[in-house]
Design a protein around this ligand. Structure first.
Ligand code: SF4
Ligand code: SF4
Length: 178
């Protein structure tokens, strides 16, 4: 079967399904096992189009809902003969539309869902450690701010204090007219 024939055959099916598999990408992430790692995953989930799931083998995945830029408005791949290997490997007979390839045991769509899961896993430790880390970072930011304020040059009172800056090039022009 040539690429063109395959494309023709596949297109019908793919157009009908709306090219589901070309509108996201997904990859494995480390399973979070402490407060800081849960906070990282919570941060992912603060972004639009992101979800995280755990598959039936206990592996964690991040799902990024972002359509491929090579997909046209009719849901056709515009680089079909040159499409990446991962697209070639994808089997339309066992895909998002036709098969039940992905079994999720758990899915997180919001930071709040993940937070609740983290509390369930780490117990009180999660909030305790996070409060401590937040305080530490806030103190650090405050110190930095104070330092910056101290370093800011103060405007001198008196003569010239309100003098406007010369526009760029005015010094040269002044010299030239002498
Ligand atoms: S391979 Fe499956 S999910 Fe992807 S566009 Fe075709 S029918 Fe849809
Ligand atoms: S390259 Fe083509 S087949 Fe692969 S995701 Fe993009 S549009 Fe789909």
């Amino acid at each position: 079967m040539t690429d063109a024939e395959y494309r023709d055959e596949m297109s019908e099916r793919c157009i009908q399904c709306g090219a589901k598999c070309c509108k996201y990408f997904c990859f494995e992430i480390d399973e979070p096992d402490d407060m800081a790692e849960f906070e990282d995953v919570r941060w992912y989930l603060c972004h639009e189009g992101i979800s995280v799931h755990i598959d039936d083998e206990g592996d964690w995945y991040i799902h990024i809902a972002n359509p491929c830029a090579k997909l046209d408005k009719d849901n056709r791949c515009t680089i079909y003969p040159e499409r990446p290997l991962i697209c070639r490997r994808y089997d339309p007979d066992n895909c998002d539309a036709s098969g039940n390839e992905y079994d999720h045991t758990r899915e997180f769509n919001t930071p709040e869902e993940l937070e609740a899961y983290a509390r369930g896993t780490l117990g009180k430790k999660f909030d305790k450690q996070r409060d401590k880390a937040r305080r530490k970072l806030d103190e650090k930011a405050q110190k930095k701010l104070k330092k910056r304020r101290k370093l800011k040059p103060r405007r001198k009172a008196g003569k010239g204090a309100t003098k406007k800056r010369k526009p760029a090039g005015s010094a040269k022009r002044a010299e030239g007219t002498r």
